[in-house]
Design a protein around this ligand. Structure first.
Ligand SMILES: [Zn+2]
Length: 117
């Protein structure tokens, strides 16, 4: 069980509603507040993803050192994001508040409301 940073209620991580639109965030089932997992193992994840990226480069057969470094760097980011997501949501131990998702329609409704006043 983890505590929601918004309503401070104890919630089961399995009940969190993970939404792709929230950029890795999830919604609290109690108060609908957007939360994110506090990531543990940041450094190990970074190292493991770099090793995996390097392994992919070896498997693909890249022998050029510059291409190897470039490819590893490019692959490292998405691999670490996936690992962070898997580990973060696999068993979150703590949640932090995340900003609510940006609503692209908001400026339009504001404009509309201002005109009516
Ligand atoms: Zn909550």
């Amino acid at each position: 069980m983890v505590n929601c940073p918004h309503c401070n209620r104890s919630i089961d991580p399995a009940n969190l509603r993970i939404d792709i639109g929230l950029k890795g965030g999830a919604k609290c089932p109690e108060c609908n507040g957007v939360v994110r997992p506090v990531l543990r193992y940041k450094l190990p994840i970074a190292i493991v993803s770099a090793l995996l990226a390097g392994l992919v480069m070896v498997l693909v057969g890249v022998r050029n050192l510059i291409l190897f470094a470039l490819g590893t760097g490019l692959l490292w980011i998405p691999i670490s994001m996936v690992l962070n997501g898997l580990i973060g949501w696999g068993k979150p131990h703590k949640l932090k508040a995340a900003p609510p998702p940006s609503k692209p329609s908001e400026p339009f409704t504001r404009l509309f409301n201002n005109r009516r006043q």
